[in-house]
Design a binder for this molecule. Structure first.
Ligand code: SAH
Length: 331
């Protein structure tokens, strides 16, 4: 798979051809990363957001409808303890985009890195300035995920009401500050062309990211896009497989949105070449308010992960003992 035309063809594959594509992706994964799944523990830090994305129920226009929450420094540190105690070596702090959380996150990061210097801490908090990112890096964040969502500039700007240029600027700032950087896309957006999905993969290559994800569009309630059809899981799975073949060492998650519309979807993500799963560590009272895919989103638990990793014939990667205490089995 070396040129644009071949990637386009691969994105359209179904049936036997698709199975061959997945097998090639699994081979690439085995040769580069072994058969290991890396686990991340996610903490949802706030549902407050400055941005008004048409696909997201936590969009700014819903400010008055949603019960807003924002975790305290202690809440964050407590949840990190739970993640480390579960034997997981990667923490993901995700949330709406608001500068309000930055001082809290910075203080929490300092405590966390002091306690666990080898923990990987990924932030997924949206666009900030170079200086704000620099402070987060200084406080101990190692990695940052900022999905470019779609490389189709008109589509991006129509759905997010924000300049595409600014998002890209943020990605380059993150790179220049030495973060491990992640980007990614959504598939099945209205008016999105297959050619633009090929460009999404080229963009990931150009920026030189270490992590890349794809989620099928989920029409979430209480958004301007709620009546639209859901993105096709098969296309998202083919994107995973193409990413793996093109970028063998990339961290590629099999996201919960794959399970949201199809039972077994997340397991198929592993079959298509993904190597990362994320377990939710938000407290249930906050979880109910983090409406990313609406109220009945699929919450990934440790037992679900254990099952699909086994079904996919993979193993959970040991977390290299980030905690000073002895830990139990990973899941
Ligand atoms: N505020 C942060 C985090 C956003 S939520 C930021 O702007 O980066 C994390 C990701 O979930 C988004 O980047 C988007 O790709 C995905 N997402 C959000 N709503 C979605 C939906 N309705 N369908 C599919 N993916 C969605």
């Amino acid at each position: 798979m070396t040129n644009t035309h071949e990637i386009l063809e691969a994105l359209k594959m179904r049936g036997g051809q698709q199975e061959d594509l997945f097998a090639a992706a699994r081979l690439a994964r085995r040769l580069s990363l072994g058969n290991e799944v890396t686990l991340r523990g996610v903490i949802e830090v706030t549902n407050i957001c400055r941005v008004n994305c048409d696909y997201c129920p936590m969009r700014r226009d819903n400010t008055h409808e949603n019960d807003r929450f924002s975790l305290s420094e202690d809440d964050i540190v407590d949840s990190v303890h739970a993640i480390v105690e579960a034997g997981i070596g990667v923490v993901l702090l995700q949330g709406g985009e608001t500068p309000r959380v930055l001082p809290v996150i910075e203080r929490a990061l300092k405590r966390i890195t002091n306690e666990y210097p080898r923990l990987e801490i990924i932030l997924n908090l949206g666009n900030f300035s170079h200086d704000q990112y620099a402070r987060l890096r200084e406080a101990g964040a190692t990695s940052y995920i900022l999905k470019h969502e779609s490389s189709d500039v008109a589509l991006f700007e129509r759905l997010r009401h924000e300049p595409f240029e600014e998002r890209m600027h943020c990605l380059w700032d993150l790179k220049s500050l030495g973060f491990r950087v992640g980007t990614g896309l959504m598939t099945g957006l209205p008016g999105q062309s297959m050619e633009s999905i090929v460009s999404d993969l080229m963009l990931a290559r150009e920026v030189g990211v270490q992590m890349c994800s794809v989620s099928p569009f989920v029409p979430a309630p209480n958004t301007p896009m709620e009546g639209l059809p859901a993105g096709d899981n098969e296309l998202a799975l083919n994107v995973i497989a193409c990413m793996r073949v093109l970028f063998p060492f990339m961290s590629i998650p099999s996201v919960s949105a794959l399970e949201r519309t199809h039972t077994g979807g997340q397991r198929r993500g592993l079959d298509a070449g993904a190597n990362v799963l994320t377990i939710n560590f938000s407290k249930s009272k906050d979880r109910e308010k983090y409406l990313i895919y609406g109220k009945n989103r699929f919450i990934v638990s440790a037992s679900h992960v254990e099952t699909i990793v086994r079904q996919a014939g993979m193993v959970v990667k040991a977390s290299d003992s980030v905690a000073s205490t002895t830990m139990g089995a990973p899941v």
